[in-house]
Design a protein around this ligand. Sequence first.
Ligand SMILES: Nc1nc2c(ncn2[C@@H]2O[C@H](COP(=O)(O)OP(=O)(O)O)[C@@H](O)[C@H]2O)c(=O)[nH]1
Ligand SMILES: [Mg+2]
Length: 217
Amino acid sequence: MSTEPDAALIEQGRKLFAGDWRFIWASPSIETLPPMAGLEVAFAGRSNVGKSSLINALTGRSNLARTSHTPGRTQELIFFEGPEKAGFRLVDMPGYGYASAPKTKVASWTALIHKFLLGRATLARVYVLIDARHGIKDVDLDVLKTLDKSAVSYQVVLTKADQVKAGELKTVIADTSATLAKHPAAFPEVLVTSSRTGDGMPELRAAMVRLIEERRR
Ligand SMILES: Nc1nc2c(ncn2[C@@H]2O[C@H](COP(=O)(O)OP(=O)(O)O)[C@@H](O)[C@H]2O)c(=O)[nH]1
Ligand SMILES: [Mg+2]
């Protein structure tokens, strides 16, 4: 399956994300999730990988999702809703792999992340964000394993592509693709993005339009 979007999808994606996006809900626990409705797309990844920045870049809003220089700040699932009448939401997930947090806290966030990924019927896709400077780490593999067990389609998105040289980027794409080849449930293609330059945003928006269309057929 090709994920190369055509011009019409790119334009629909631009329109969808140019609309009015707003914060609707924050859940610190699995018991306090919003009622299931519409479609949800979640962004998962280590603390500081660029999840909140990506949501801001997608929606063209500088401060919809709160970004942070201090890793481990977002400990809740944060829901944003778009202009689509039938309901389309983005979910900013708590970061995992935050080494300096207390162990019990890390355990409870990890449980929250894994429970959400496994048990949410409205969750249509998960984008697993990987820092282009670092590639896939062991904590990321744990999340990929959980996703393999879930019914959710998932894809890896490299972030901060502006921070690496073209040659290094090629290597990290090849290494990431090789890892994904061992995860048949994952999209084989890796999306390359930079929230700073906007690279990859049109393609990512188009991919979500395609997902919405597939689900409504
Ligand atoms: N150079 C660069 N920095 C980025 C990019 N995306 C995020 N950052 C920075 O990385 C840090 C963490 O970003 P944030 O979105 O809060 O990460 P989160 O913890 O995954 O939500 C912030 O200082 C951002 O400015 C990017 O595409 N390029
Ligand atoms: Mg964040």
